[in-house]
Design a protein around this ligand. Structure first.
Ligand SMILES: *Cc1c(COP(=O)(O)O)cnc(C)c1O
Length: 453
């Protein structure tokens, strides 16, 4: 790259994150203490998170400056590219214009690096020596391991045992960055030992791994806990995606009519869409924003908007969100990152207020879309991201039906290079669709905590 290009790219990395909180039409309900049912304060969170992140969690400041050391590492892969999917448009024979923002170019292959770097930075600043976290499919663990290496922090990752065994290369990746990876449930924590006593062969779950990582942080003074989605500060850090996309769409001379993202806890969806929602909330723009989830874990489309725990065991604060019940165990679909019983409180609020839409799509149609995308655009998407592709294709086909020139923008949150076993199963005809498991959800909803209004 010549010098002008470097300078141009430099200007395109945002200097601030966008905080949607002051632009929300109603304030999000307070977060409640799991024991007392009273609103929590900063002191309750201090054993787990650095002060700066606790401040961001409740901030009403619209733009928050990105620290220069974080921006400096963003330079490794940001700005990420925005592409127009011309070959896909042609394959679909649609008058729609389809654009996608590609976060798979980060060193770890997904958007999760955007918040991992920020979280590692603030922890390092405040003297944390080690970070503990959980990982299911391995994407978040990889991102935090990478961030730990960049800022000189030790990282301990509790990895759901079945993934630890089935995804050895995600584990190798974390170890390459210097992280310690422990199969969960483990002998390392009280929570893990309790599970193992009862079920020595437990395959683990994200809920158990969260309990182990939180206990590790809570019982070590030099250790903090780190979460890769759901929390307000995580969504905030991801807005670099949408801020860049706003400018890139401007350069392309178009404005999206529809903005689409897949939703596990809501962070990549919020990251792309919140900067576009700002114009909708404050200037009356008509942009449609669509959150996409699996039919096997239909939190936003079939869940209840109520207070629930963030984890399975019931250790975390209570937040008001769409939930399938914290004891709900979703079917074992391949989009591991979308198997969460709850959702971000802000994304939930926006759905509840009908400012954004939510749809659920089944696994087989998601893989149809993933393969069609790979064969036209060349990039093999993560199964999670393929949910957004499915909906983008459906929108493009609807535009064809209506004979309408719709501009569609979606987030391609990561590549699928570590998910080829799922593609194998799809080609072997072994993938199944799971519909909304109504009885299981009803059963889990019966265990909702009895607090809040
Ligand atoms: C983790 C992950 C998701 C889901 O998490 P969100 O917080 O909802 O973004 C989606 N896509 C990829 C590639 C992921 O790694």
């Amino acid at each position: 790259m010549d010098e002008t290009k470097v300078l141009l790219a430099e200007q395109e990395i945002p200097t601030h994150w966008y905080n949607i909180a002051p632009d929300l039409p109603v304030a999000p309900p307070p977060v409640l203490h799991p024991g007392t049912g009273q609103p929590i304060g900063p002191a309750d969170l201090a054993p787990l998170f650095p002060l700066e992140l606790i401040k961001q969690e409740v901030s009403q400041e619209r733009f928050i400056e990105i620290p220069e050391p974080v921006r400096d590492i963003y330079r490794l892969y940001r700005p990420t590219p925005l592409y127009r999917a011309r070959r896909l448009e042609k394959a679909l024979d649609t008058p729609a214009h389809v654009y996608y923002k590609y976060e798979g170019v980060s060193p770890v292959g997904s958007h999760k690096a955007n918040t991992a770097l920020a979280q590692a930075y603030y922890n390092k600043q405040e003297g944390t020596r080690r970070l503990s976290t959980e990982t299911g499919a391995g994407q978040w663990g990889s991102a935090l391991a990478f961030a730990g290496a960049m800022f000189g922090l030790e990282v301990t990752v509790y990895m759901v045992k079945v993934s630890y065994q089935q995804k050895p290369y995600r584990r190798s990746m974390m170890q390459t960055y210097g992280a310690e990876v422990i199969a969960s449930p483990s002998e390392r924590t009280h929570a893990g030992r309790t599970v193992l006593e009862e079920h020595p062969d437990s395959p683990g779950s994200l809920g158990i791994a969260i309990s182990e990582a939180v206990e590790d942080a809570a019982t070590h003074d030099d250790t903090h806990y780190s979460l890769g989605s759901v929390l307000n500060h995580v969504l905030l850090h991801q807005t670099v995606i949408g801020q860049e996309a706003l400018r890139q769409m401007e350069k392309a001379g178009e404005e999206p009519d529809v903005v689409i993202g897949c939703v596990g806890g809501g962070s990549n969806f919020a990251g792309l869409s919140f900067p576009f929602l700002r114009a909708k909330l404050t200037q009356g723009k008509k942009t449609r924003v669509v959150a996409v989830e699996p039919t096997a874990c239909p939190t936003l489309t079939q869940g209840e908007y109520t207070y629930d725990f963030g984890d399975t065991v019931g250790l975390t604060p209570l937040v008001k969100m769409y939930t399938l019940g914290h004891t709900f165990v979703p079917p074992n679909i391949h989009a591991g990152g979308l198997r969460y019983h709850g959702d971000s409180p802000i994304v939930s609020l926006l759905v509840h207020e009908k400012i954004i839409e939510a749809v659920a799509v089944p696994q087989l149609k998601v893989f149809d879309a993933a393969v069609q995308f790979a064969r036209s655009e060349g990039i093999i998407p993560a199964p999670e991201s393929a949910h957004a592709i499915r909906t983008a294709i459906d929108e493009a086909l609807a535009a064809r039906e209506a004979g309408e020139r719709r501009v569609i923008l979606f987030n391609l949150s990561g590549h699928g290079h570590f998910d080829m076993a799922a593609y194998d199963q799809y080609f072997a005809g072994k993938l199944e669709d799971y519909e909304y498991p109504r009885e299981l959800v009803q059963e889990a909803l019966a265990h909702l905590p009895k607090v809040g209004a």
